[in-house]
Design a protein around this ligand. Structure first.
Ligand code: SF4
Length: 743
């Protein structure tokens, strides 16, 4: 009889619970897991294709060392660990630990290993790190940090009005059971679905109101909506008096917004702007979701600020159907906005992450503080960051590059050492996208099978490297090992004492937990050791919410995590908790962000438009579609249609350029050129074209010959094309031109 095992889909931040029937090493059948507390059996079409990840033909099964001629040779694990530890130590001793850079934590579910990388960083004295998050959410994080010091999510399931800004949840999902919720919103005449997006996306098709802005003009549209709300006296004054400060400079700026002019600039009829603003202001509850459509375009941080003002000025926080700050198992980023800058370019480090677009610049220089070595885990920055050519050059300029991944990715090809990781279904794993309210959930996933021979899980790789660096005397761990053998209560006591008396144990805590508590955990779940500390910290931070979720304390919470293969609710927040989560002394939202108010006021004198005669079109480089996810599935065969990732273009532009549906076109930007198949569709406005994300990977055919499929969008993007404040790339607004391909 077949056995279904619980795990999660790893293709987007929802991490829907799934059940898998395994045959040999194959994920034979996959279905939604009804016991998962957030997804409740829901999946989209993508989860069913996960075997293409698990059984990719290009899986690695031995550590690799690069030869001087650029080719790789297989080496044993002991050799690899010894040589890497020695070479990392040599870089540290010669240039300082802060010149060793960490990048990683990818795959939308490959996070447990990352919780151990901090120990290796501290063992080396490393200071700087980044991840894909830093080319997406840092502008929003900057605004969040200033206003309330936390992260917010909307209650779309119950919202009377849902507003999606540069966001197509039908494809990119992001909240539990997204398609079910969208259908319910669209069906109910008492509710409203509002979309702000230049593209007629699947979500926009369902919407009651589609504000189809010209590409790059979202700031004017949002300012006009807010201007209407302020100028027509639709602000929730009672809410602001109770829960906010600093409103005066904001409302003063919005009072002068020329609504009719801004409506014209963003291409939306003024009457529609005004009626939409009134609909939002009149609703009992509003939730909003902004995403990469604005976060990777002009005025990205300002747009995030205006989005937040939309729900705050209308009093939509801390009530059913509205926005909420929420509890965390562990925050994805820091929200304190302490001034912290990179050593070479002086770029702002937001959320603790170096902006992705400056990483190459921090390497390709003769500045004495430049980065000298990189450890890259479960990420493919040579493919996913802007200007791949420049990033490849940066990797080649480093003294040492170590990549930990399942395949020989575009990044791994530039490494000095490649360490093969077990897949996400071959090891204990967890996801840290715990972003919901009031029920926040967490899932520790058990392995579905043994690791592919020759591979190791990341926690073990990090532990071996820390050991190889002799970062801590093993004798210091003996008392903790003895305490762990006596049970977790005794261990808690001993660990508390050790951390407070020995700064080295405190600095290397994840490693210490793995080495001492890890071996005592059931079913070989040593990698879950770090969750023991996180569970205790969570219970200390949110004691009532953890108790309401049914866990008496941190120990009980950890036990529940270990015993809950389909995931658990770890906190049950209360609406009043929202105000306690506002991390400001007065627990009120701070509305004023002077530099963004200046940018808002400057919109009056600015004419939108970043294109030129040479590059007259706006390329959206990296659109999420029905058959794209991230790049962890390298096999193009996982896509049932649009295998090559077509260039979408409007009928008007296609006609003007002499392009035909299914034909080929050359796209050129200031960074490079690429050829793609054409899809003519009225989803696109004239002047706007798009390419999907996750393309341009090569994958071996049946004979082992690598075949490149689709356009790698970052061969067309540039490092300097980024937000001046947050450094986030403007991938969704790349000036480009298109011509019919020859022949
Ligand atoms: S891709 Fe996202 S929404 Fe779809 S099944 Fe996977 S986690 Fe769920």
């Amino acid at each position: 009889m077949s056995e279904w095992q619980s795990t999660a889909c790893i293709l987007c931040e929802c991490n829907c619970g799934i059940e898998v029937e395994v045959e040999g090493r194959t994920l034979k059948r996959i279905r939604g897991d009804k016991r998962h507390p957030a997804s409740q059996g829901y999946t989209c079409n993508k989860a069913l294709r996960l075997d293409h990840y698990q059984n990719g033909r290009d899986r690695l099964s031995s550590p690799l060392r690069r030869r001087p001629d650029g080719s790789f040779e297989e080496i044993g694990w002991d050799t690899a660990i010894t040589e890497i530890a020695d070479r990392l130590a040599a870089v540290r001793d010669a240039h300082g630990g802060e010149t060793i850079f960490f990048y990683g934590g990818g795959g939308q579910g490959n996070h447990l290993g990352g919780s151990y990388s901090g120990a290796l960083m501290r063992a080396l004295g490393a200071r700087y790190r980044s991840s894909a998050l830093a080319q997406e959410k840092m502008g929003e994080g900057f605004v969040d940090g200033h206003m309330y010091g936390g992260h917010t999510r909307g209650d779309f399931e119950h919202a009377e009005v849902a507003v999606f800004i540069g966001k197509n949840p039908w494809q990119s999902q992001s909240f539990p059971r997204a398609r079910v919720t969208l259908r319910e919103l669209a069906r109910d005449p008492e509710r409203a679905l509002i979309v702000i997006d230049p593209v007629r996306t699947e979500t926009a098709e369902m919407a009651d109101v589609h504000l189809r802005v010209r590409p790059g003009t979202d700031a004017w549209c949002l300012a006009a909506l807010l201007g209407t709300i302020v100028q027509q006296g639709l602000i929730d004054d009672g809410f602001l008096a109770e829960h906010a400060t600093g409103g005066e400079p904001v409302t003063t700026a919005l009072r002068t917004v020329p609504i009719s002019d801004y409506a014209e600039r963003c291409g939306i009829p003024e009457a529609l702007i005004r009626s939409t603003a009134r609909r939002i202001a009149a609703a009992d509850s509003v939730s909003t979701f902004e995403d990469l459509g604005i976060q990777q375009g002009p005025h990205s941080v300002l747009c995030s600020y205006l989005n937040k003002l939309l729900w705050i000025l209308t009093g939509n926080c801390g009530k059913p159907g509205a926005m909420h700050l929420h509890s965390w198992m562990v925050p994805l980023a820091r929200y304190d906005n302490h001034e912290f800058r990179t050593p070479v370019t002086g770029a702002r480090i937001l959320g603790g992450l170096v902006p992705c677009n400056v990483i190459a610049e921090e390497i390709l220089t003769d500045h004495p503080a430049r980065l000298r070595a990189m450890v890259i885990e479960s990420s493919n920055p040579a493919h996913s960051l802007a200007d791949s050519k420049r990033f490849r050059a940066a990797l080649e300029a480093l003294e040492l590059v170590v990549v930990i991944d399942v395949a020989l990715t575009e990044t791994a090809r530039h490494a000095d050492y490649v360490l093969p990781a077990a897949s996400q279904f071959e090891k204990w794993e967890a996801t840290f996208f715990n972003l919901e309210f009031p029920r926040n959930t967490f899932q520790l996933r058990a392995p579905l099978m043994e690791p592919l021979p020759g591979t190791l899980a990341e926690p073990e790789i990090y532990a071996r490297l820390v050991r190889g660096l002799h970062a801590i005397d093993d004798a210091q761990l003996a008392p903790l090992r003895a305490a762990a053998a006596e049970g977790r209560d005794r261990y808690a006591e001993a660990f508390g004492q050790a951390v407070s008396s020995d700064p080295r144990i405190s600095a290397l805590a994840p490693y210490v937990l793995y080495e001492t508590l890890g071996p005592t955990l059931p079913h070989g779940a040593a990698a879950a050791a770090t969750l023991w500390g996180l569970a205790h910290r969570c219970a200390m931070a949110y004691p009532d919410a953890v108790r309401r979720a049914g866990h008496a304390d941190g120990e009980a919470l950890f036990g529940a995590i270990l015993d809950g293969p389909s995931g658990i609710t770890f906190t049950l927040d209360d609406y009043e908790d929202v105000w306690a989560y506002v991390a400001r002394p007065d627990h009120r939202i701070a509305l004023e962000i002077p530099e963004l108010i200046d940018e808002l006021q400057a919109l009056t004198s600015e004419r939108p438009g970043w294109c030129s005669e040479e590059f007259p079109l706006v390329l959206s480089a990296g659109e999420r579609r029905g058959n794209t996810a991230n790049t962890i599935i390298r096999d193009p065969g996982w896509r049932k249609r649009d295998r090559d990732g077509a260039l979408r273009i409007s009928p008007q532009d296609a006609l003007a350029l002499g392009l035909s549906d299914g034909g080929r076109a050359v796209i050129t930007t200031s960074a490079g050129s690429a050829e793609a198949t054409i899809e003519i569709t009225d989803m696109m406005l004239p002047g706007h074209i798009s390419l999907p994300n996750g393309q341009g990977l090569d994958y071996p055919d049946a004979d082992g010959v690598p075949v490149l499929t689709g356009v790698a969008a970052n061969e067309l993007t540039s490092l300097g094309w980024r937000d001046p404040l947050a450094g986030t790339p403007w991938h969704k607004h790349v000036p480009a031109r298109v011509e019919a391909a020859a022949g």
